[in-house]
Design a protein around this ligand. Structure first.
Ligand code: HEC
Length: 104
């Protein structure tokens, strides 16, 4: 019985995460990023950029610029708070992850 419960709980957990988060090597922040930037880094919104297939160095620099208040504006402000939570290692991992995905 316990076994069965643990199995069901595991299934529920897996189902709760978007597809991108389960891909091998996806950094832990990816489900949050996907809520705006789309699954697989392809944005469905006209005002939010896709990240998939973008240059790693560009993505990493953009994240650092948001964190350091060098990219400003009403849309950029959405990223400032998010980037503030990321370490340099997080930014590097996220940039490498999104650069590795296939763009649209
Ligand atoms: C609340 C919505 C939201 C979330 C969540 C979000 N972003 Fe963004 N992101 C945006 C918007 C809007 C922009 C465009 C901002 C601008 O005009 O500079 C953006 C821009 C970016 C850019 C610059 C892209 C470019 O082409 O210049 C990067 C890189 C980025 N986000 C990475 C991330 C990462 C990594 C995460 C998860 C840790 C994340 N974002 C979470 C809304 C979001």
């Amino acid at each position: 019985m316990l076994h069965r419960l643990a199995f069901l709980a595991g299934l529920a957990l897996v189902a709760a995460f978007p597809l991108a988060a389960r891909a091998a090597g996806a950094p832990p922040q990816v489900p949050l990023c996907a809520s705006c930037h789309g699954n697989g880094g392809i944005s469905g919104s006209p005002t939010i950029p896709s990240l998939a297939g973008q240059k790693q160095g560009y993505l990493e620099a953009a994240l650092a610029d948001y964190k350091n208040h060098k990219r400003l504006g009403s849309s950029a402000d959405m990223m400032t708070g998010i980037a503030a939570q990321l370490s340099a290692a997080d930014m590097q991992a996220l940039a490498a992850y999104y650069a590795s995905l296939k763009g649209s």
